[in-house]
Design a protein around this ligand. Structure first.
Ligand SMILES: [Zn+2]
Length: 97
């Protein structure tokens, strides 16, 4: 049933894709529904995995796919600057009082 729908959809839209340069876009257009369904399916199956938060060194909890973005954020940069300052202070005076 599903395959049949996809087949008819592909043949319908293949008439519009004539340019070789637009091959990738054409592929996406032709498979738009199946791609989005695959994505939705993947999300459903891996929802807990995707939404699982990991703890950053700065103490915040961030989802894994946002972690790289977070590391470039002001909040994390402030933490890194703070660490650098601490290192400098430790280098200058090693007192454990
Ligand atoms: Zn952080």
């Amino acid at each position: 049933m599903f395959l049949y729908i996809m087949d008819t959809y592909q043949t319908d839209s293949s008439q519009n894709t004539t340019d070789d340069e637009d091959e990738i876009i054409g592929y996406y257009e032709a498979n738009k529904t199946s791609i989005s369904m695959q994505k939705k399916d993947y999300y459903k199956k891996n929802r807990t995995k995707i939404l699982k938060k990991v703890k950053c060194e700065c103490g915040r909890f961030i989802t894994k796919n946002q972690l790289l973005r977070h590391k470039r954020s002001k909040i994390h940069q402030q933490y890194e600057n703070f660490l650098k300052d601490c290192d400098k202070k430790l280098d200058n005076s090693i007192n454990f009082d």
